[in-house]
Design a protein. Structure first.
Length: 394
């Protein structure tokens, strides 16, 4: 039997996609090609909220076939809808006769060019998304989206949500259950497991690297210092935990426009928070090994939160706001972490203080986090992707 030809359209090389694409390409039943709309520069990474110019220090383009489409946008970039404009994709679809096309998101012009090309050539189209209904939107905007989204979702051959909330999103806009295939957000769990195990014996040295005490329960923030991530909530919650005499310290990893404000508040309140700056992919595991828990205070713009996958794979339970997309799938209160109301830093501080008060519980929750992370592996994502391709191309 001939392998199914699958084209994957995505915006630009993303650190979380490379391993997934490699595994898909290794499947004997698939013939995969990734179509990239843009190759983001170090400056664009900084403008996207990372705060510093950088290139990822792990390869994002090895192990699978790919090509970069010709981007004819007047101002090429990943920040806006019109920054990705690749009209040649229609000719590629007409010429190469793929069995299915998977589009990652629809917030950019190239996605719609590809959808139109699929409809014109009668190529089955699958759309993957982590959008959910818990992101803040005005009533007027929701009402305006309703008829248009109902129309185009009905024309998608397979909807590929990443979890519970994004599945509800597709169903809300008219998808039928038999067309919905959950393809979860995943990371290379094998890499993070082996790397965390390798670093575990040097945990004391890692803590010393950031001037963290051996006895404290270390709480980690890892992400861009932007409004969506709400890093100041982390600082305020740690302050509340200290008021309750919790033996906690904070480690904030990342950079961005709100870093200076976080540092200023930490100094003003005399809080034991260390700032590690931006850590690249090969370095971030060290922060997870040094920490006892991750805190993700983000608003509804955090449609999943892959740092949770990373942290849990390293045995780090996670405390996330009730607007973070992965919450319903990955967080079990009192087991793998807990959820708290968005912006309620007093509640979060109380939860963190209670967590820190029982060192045996910290260890037990660490194991539950590891177990949960093993439900979100590359094998699962590949299997679900294949199921969707077979369903639409059969």
């Amino acid at each position: 039997m001939q392998p199914k030809r699958l084209a994957i359209l995505t915006t630009h090389p993303i650190q979380y996609h490379g391993a997934w694409f490699q595994r898909l390409a290794s499947e004997p039943g698939l013939d995969v090609e990734v179509l990239y709309c843009h190759n983001a520069t170090a400056r664009e990474q900084a403008q996207a909220g990372f705060g510093v110019e950088f290139d990822w220090d792990v390869s994002l383009l090895e192990g699978y076939p790919y090509r970069f489409l010709r981007n004819v946008a007047k101002q090429p970039g990943i920040a806006g809808f019109s920054g990705l404009d690749t009209p040649e994709v229609s000719d590629i679809l007409a010429r190469e006769h793929f069995d299915a096309v998977m589009i990652n998101g629809w917030h950019y012009k190239s996605a719609w060019q590809t959808m139109r090309g699929c409809w014109k050539t009668q190529t089955p189209v699958m759309v993957r998304s982590d959008s959910h209904l818990h992101t803040e939107r005005s009533g007027l905007k929701r009402a305006g989206k309703w008829p248009f989204y109902r129309w185009f979702v009905s024309k998608i051959d397979a909807c590929l949500p990443v979890g519970t909330w994004s599945s509800d999103y597709f169903l809300h806009y008219g998808a039928t259950e038999e067309r919905v295939f959950i393809v979860p957000h995943v990371i290379d769990t094998d890499y993070f497991k082996s790397e965390s195990k390798r670093l575990e014996s040097g945990r004391s040295l890692l803590r010393a690297r950031w001037d963290l005490s051996e006895a404290a329960v270390v709480l980690l923030f890892a992400g861009k210092f932007t409004e969506k991530k709400r890093p100041l909530d982390f600082v305020n919650a740690l302050g509340q935990a200290k008021l309750l005499r919790a033996e906690v310290e904070g480690l904030m990893v990342g950079d961005g426009p709100l870093r200076a404000a976080c540092e200023q508040l930490a100094r003003k309140e005399n809080l034991p928070i260390r700032f590690a700056g931006f850590l690249n992919q090969s370095e971030i595991t060290a922060a997870y090994v040094a920490a006892d828990a991750l805190v993700l205070p983000s608003d509804g713009g955090e449609t999943w939160g892959l740092v949770v996958n990373e942290a849990m794979t390293c045995g780090v339970p996670c405390f996330v706001s009730d607007r973070v997309g992965c919450g319903p799938d990955m967080i079990r209160n009192g087991e793998t972490g807990a959820t708290f109301p968005l912006g309620d830093t007093n509640k979060l501080g109380n939860i963190l203080a209670e967590f820190a008060a029982n060192k045996e519980r910290v260890s037990w929750m660490s194991e539950r986090a590891r177990e949960k992370a093993q439900q979100y592996t590359l094998d699962v994502a590949v299997e679900r992707t294949i199921q969707a391709v077979e369903a639409v191309s059969g």
